[in-house]
Design a protein around this ligand. Structure first.
Ligand code: UDP
Length: 334
């Protein structure tokens, strides 16, 4: 199979590319490295089945050529990370909506199967736990930057479903719930890489708000496995699927667990949302998926426990620190 992955140098895209390469497929990626990193795909470069284009998906000619060449398309290119979204709302909205428009238009020309990655953010401030695909989406006011991400992704979903309904383009939408694992950067504010790096360096772990907000973290391998099954499943077309874990943890408990597993002396400090993001920032208190729909279709069940996830991320960052310093990281307890 020939697989096109937009955002293929990103955290999830690069793990997906690796799995297809391992399976013996041809992988084509487009990535402008705006949030992706060349380090994520360094080990794939030079591989006979790996083809890399340093460009944006809004380059219509290139996207058209690659869509034409490939059998299936994963559209993962997007502006991600709450910090980035709050700091660069124009880029977030334009990248997310403009990029998806181009990809869907090109897929429509050739009737190519395309999976569009959306996010659990679209559930917004909904309190109807767990979140199911048919639930109402509850957005905040438009002067609160965070919601621009959710709205831009909701528009992407509407577009993908509209392309199926109106033009019979085989589209699938997935809502990803806090996907984590090795290689995820903390640069855009994601909590696990941030806490792990702070714990390993002996710095304070910065818990935003009161730490009682909760999330369910999914290992990237579980997500990638689900994406590969969904894109080939005929009944997935025109549908929306949650992909996540149901193991809920508060952010304060998460900080404590990371400290323990990393054997770190760091302290836990609280930082107000206003200081961490912007004045008036609104967080989601709980975010738990209902995964019944995807379980029923492909038997999806997350396989990594939270501890296993954290251990894999700690090991990744320990190795990185050791490589940077040339010696074992000094801030662990003796
Ligand atoms: N968070 C935190 N400290 C950090 C980064 C994030 O306490 O250094 C909190 C953040 O406010 C949110 C949760 O951790 O409540 C998850 O944040 P992340 O950005 O990873 O994902 P989100 O669920 O917000 O998309």
């Amino acid at each position: 199979m020939k697989v096109l992955i937009t955002g293929g140098a990103g955290f999830i895209g690069s793990h997906l590319a690796e799995q297809y390469i391992k399976r013996g497929d041809d992988v084509y990626i487009i990535d402008d490295l705006s949030t992706g990193s060349i380090d994520n795909i360094a080990h794939l470069q030079g591989h006979a089945h790996f083809h890399y284009h340093l460009d944006t998906v809004t380059n219509q000619r290139l996207t058209a050529e690659l869509v034409d060449l490939c059998d299936v398309v994963f559209h993962l290119a997007a502006a991600v990370g709450v910090k980035l979204i709050v700091e660069s709302p124009v880029r977030t909205i334009e990248t997310n909506i403009g990029g998806t428009e181009v990809v869907l238009q090109q897929c429509a020309k050739k009737q190519k199967r395309v999976l569009v990655a959306s996010t659990s953010e679209v559930y917004g401030k909904s309190k109807q736990i767990p979140f199911s695909e048919e639930d109402d989406l509850v957005m905040g006011a438009t002067n609160k930057g965070r919601w621009s991400y959710a709205c831009s992704k909701a528009i992407d979903e509407f577009l993908a479903i509209a392309y199926w309904k109106e033009k019979r383009v085989p589209t699938v939408v997935v809502r990803l719930f806090n996907t984590v694992g090795p290689k995820q950067t903390g640069r855009y504010g994601m909590v696990i890489p941030n806490f792990v790096q702070q714990a390993l360096k002996g710095e304070d772990l910065t818990v935003y708000g009161d730490g009682q907000q909760s999330r369910c973290f999914t290992h990237v391998s579980d997500v990638v496995g689900a994406l590969m099954k969904l894109i080939e499943h005929p009944q997935a077309v025109g549908e929306v699927y949650n992909i996540g874990s149901t193991q809920e943890v508060s952010i304060l408990q998460l900080a404590e667990r990371i400290k323990t597993l990393a054997d770190s002396d760091s302290e836990i400090k609280f930082l107000s949302y206003d200081k961490a993001y912007e004045e008036g920032f609104e967080d989601m208190h709980r975010r738990v998926p209902n995964i019944g729909k995807i379980h029923q279709l492909i038997g999806y069940q997350p396989t990594f426990t939270l501890d296993e996830i954290l251990q894999s991320v700690i090991a990744h960052h320990r190795n990185k620190l050791t490589a940077q310093r040339g010696t074992p990281a000094p801030s662990f307890k003796a």
